[in-house]
Design a protein around this ligand. Structure first.
Ligand code: DGY
Length: 319
């Protein structure tokens, strides 16, 4: 029996690529160069399955006129870079990789929170550039984390994992907003009625909602104005959830104290209005970047493909 033809748009961990090669007739991207729109279209025309990542924009135009591919196995949980409805109309199933990256992403959100609070980025830069003049009582004093209030926007798997770290690790109170009622997540966490309520109550706000759609610029000028001047904003969700210009202006005006950002609107370009600041911690979209997690993500994509080509509904189909 001929094996399904599969095209992978980026380099994946070698264990996963090795398994792909045994299960499918696979074309890997050994150069790891991001695909352009033309290459994506060609991949959709040539392969039975295309395996994209967040760096591939798959808009409706790519599915126009029909394609050969029947499944998009996205390497990642977020899929706002894919026009899901257009894919569905084009006859494609789209799958993602939920659950396997929950802990890694929550760990990174916690990293950003601690780095912001304790001015770790500033301190690290000072040591590396030879600017450290020695210990003194007033040097780089940050903000206490223990006992503060964490506000979670989007209380799904990752939001809850972040809340657990904050509550059980740092004795923090938890408030959260979610568009849906969330069955008691424990931790005496309180679901508040609006995003604004959470922003006003929290010392640290951590974003864990999907990007795109109604969440585009969710954290805008009006909502930033609800935050405490001493509070910090953490974003490991998607860059487009935050109006970056409004954030810079709010930081300039002392509306909030700082921000920790792992995701940006126009990745990998990060505005100089952010890179030039000391009061922000900036990371290059590292949320799920542990070796264990990236292997698990890849294996999850393969499990979805195997189910699909076996005639079953893939466990992580999103459309
Ligand atoms: C995810 O899984 O959504 C990561 O952000 C990479 O896309």
């Amino acid at each position: 029996m001929t094996k399904p033809r599969v095209i992978v748009t980026r380099r994946w961990p070698h264990e996963v690529e090795a398994r792909l090669a045994t299960e499918f007739s696979v074309t890997l991207n050994e150069a790891d160069r991001p695909f352009g729109q033309k290459e994506l279209r060609e991949a959709l025309l040539e392969a039975d399955a295309v395996l994209p990542t967040v760096t591939d924009r798959l808009g409706a135009d790519l599915f126009e006129g029909g394609v050969r591919a029947k499944i998009l196995g996205n390497f990642g949980v977020g899929f706002n870079h894919i026009d899901i409805e257009a894919a569905r109309l084009g006859g494609l199933v789209v799958t993602n990789t939920p659950a396997v990256l929950t802990d890694a992403t929550a760990d990174l959100a916690m990293t950003l929170l601690l780095m912001c609070a304790r001015r770790a980025g500033e301190g690290e830069r000072e040591v590396r550039t030879g600017g450290w003049a020695g210990w003194r009582p007033t040097h780089l004093c940050g903000t206490q984390v223990t006992g503060k209030t964490i506000g979670i926007i989007g209380m799904g798997r990752i939001g809850q994992a972040m809340a657990r770290r904050c509550h059980f690790g740092f004795g923090m109170d938890v408030v959260f907003f979610d568009s849906y009622p969330v069955a008691d997540p424990g931790m005496r966490a309180r679901q508040l009625a609006t995003v604004e309520d959470v922003l006003a109550a929290a010392d640290f706000v951590s974003l864990h909602c999907p990007g795109g759609g109604e969440n585009y610029n969710l954290i805008n000028q009006q909502r930033l104005a609800c935050m405490k001047p001493s509070a910090f904003l953490i974003n490991t969700a998607r860059g487009d959830v935050v109006d970056e210009e409004a954030l810079v202006q709010a930081l300039d005006e002392g509306v909030l104290a700082g921000a920790g950002l792992d995701v940006f609107k126009t990745e990998p370009a990060v505005p100089t209005t952010l890179t030039g600041r000391q009061d922000v911690v900036l990371l290059p979209h590292l949320g799920s970047a542990t070796s264990e997690t990236r292997v698990a993500m890849g294996m999850r994509v393969i499990d979805n493909l195997l189910a699909f080509f076996d005639g079953r509904r893939p466990p992580d189909a999103v459309n």
